[in-house]
Ligand binder design. Structure first.
Ligand SMILES: [Zn+2]
Length: 378
């Protein structure tokens, strides 16, 4: 139900789910947790179905409900993704999981108007599905079991549509608030922070509503409270994350590879690790670069691997054996900064990068850890 902000940190083929298909060319993954939830939904819904059809057919109908429920969530996500794609924003995947779905849209919309349309498309589709269900129930005479199924789906789609329109991040309604504040103030960052705080207010409101309902309701008091607390904490965490991302984005323009660089010592391939470390300490350098016969850099000694090697083993280990070979993506210009630097790092994730001058000369080593530290203060 909630949609993630664009993510740049997930790369590689590893996916938390099973590829179910590619509607509109967008890969759709289903998390294994979904199968557990589908069984729970089937078992909980089946007694109602059993009033109209015999067992075991009732289980088939209940399972169909579980599948159609997720198909509804999928359509909601496809709504976001297709509109995003119309604006040229790449969509990496849609993942359906235990709490709903996520569209992984790789870039933020460039204007408040587009932000609004991408955010509104999902809930709009859910509400249209709900309305279509309602109209069908009113106009078309159907057998009792079909009425039950369509009723349940209609209610589910209306709940998904309305819930996602609650005006706070990380919900779609929060993105609509962000688009509005962005339009009014012309400032995207202010808009994100405002929508994030609105999300925290929504979270508290959900918690209070849960408490009020549990006091006034008869049965299932604890279930209401627990459910409200779960939803509220989900919104609270997402809202905080949105605010944090806004603060991190503030720091991106300040990132500067040259300023963050560690001085590096060069050592030949066959140098024992103990000797390489000694030379680095002597030179006050924070990194070790292994070079070939012609003094060309071959790789960067991994700091993590050095720390993991006990002191007494270091004289017997070649520095080269703890070296990650240089991929082209690990060599960056020393003057790279800001968004360019972030983009370069997400294209080729590594723990260390080699910084070179325009002349091709080695400037130093940029450790991913040092970049994280810049953001950790946000
Ligand atoms: Zn949505």
């Amino acid at each position: 139900m909630a949609d993630s902000a664009p993510r740049g940190d997930e790369s590689g083929p590893a996916r938390p789910g099973i590829l179910m298909g590619r509607p509109f060319g967008i890969p759709v993954y289903v998390s294994p947790t979904w199968f557990v939830v589908a069984i729970v939904i089937t078992v909980m819904f089946e007694p109602q179905v059993a009033e109209h059809v015999h067992r075991p057919l009732s289980y088939v109908v209940a399972l169909a409900y579980a599948i159609l429920l997720y198909a509804s969530v999928l359509l909601h996500e496809i709504g976001h993704s297709v509109v995003a794609r119309c604006f040229g924003l790449p969509v990496r995947a849609i993942t359906l999981h235990i709490l709903g779905g996520v569209s992984e849209i790789e870039q933020e919309p460039r204007t408040p108007g587009r932000e609004f349309l991408v955010a509104a498309a999902g809930p709009l589709l859910s509400l249209v599905l709900g309305a279509a269900g309602y109209v069908t129930l009113v106009l078309v005479p159907l057998p009792a079991v079909a009425v039950l199924l369509i009723q349940a789906l209609t209610i589910a789609n209306l709940i998904v549509g309305v819930f996602n329109l609650l005006p706070g991040l990380p919900l779609d309604g929060g993105r609509i608030v962000r688009a509005a504040v962005w339009k009014l103030t012309g400032r995207q960052r202010t808009a994100t922070v405002a929508a994030g705080w609105a999300g925290r207010v929504v979270a508290v409101a959900v918690l209070i509503l849960g408490a009020v309902l549990s006091v006034s309701g008869d049965g299932g008091r604890w279930l209401t409270v627990i459910w409200a607390a779960l939803v509220a904490s989900f919104i609270w965490v997402g809202a905080g994350e949105a605010i944090r991302v806004a603060r991190i984005r503030d720091r991106i323009p300040l990132l500067n590879a040259r300023a963050l660089a560690r001085r590096a010592v060069r050592v030949p391939q066959s140098t024992p690790l103990a000797e390489a470390v000694r030379r680095a300490q002597e030179a006050g350098a924070g990194a070790i670069v292994v070079v070939g016969h012609d003094d060309d850099p071959l790789g960067i000694v991994s700091e993590t691997a050095v720390i993991a090697t006990p002191e007494h083993r270091r004289p017997w280990v070649d520095a080269a054996s703890l070296t990650r070979t240089l991929d082209p993506g690990m060599i960056l210009p020393a003057d790279i900064s800001g968004e360019d630097l972030v983009a370069a790092i997400s294209r080729a994730p590594a723990s260390e990068y080699l910084l070179v001058e325009p002349t091709g000369e080695l400037y130093g080593v940029l450790a991913a850890e040092d970049i994280s530290k810049t953001f950790a203060r946000a």
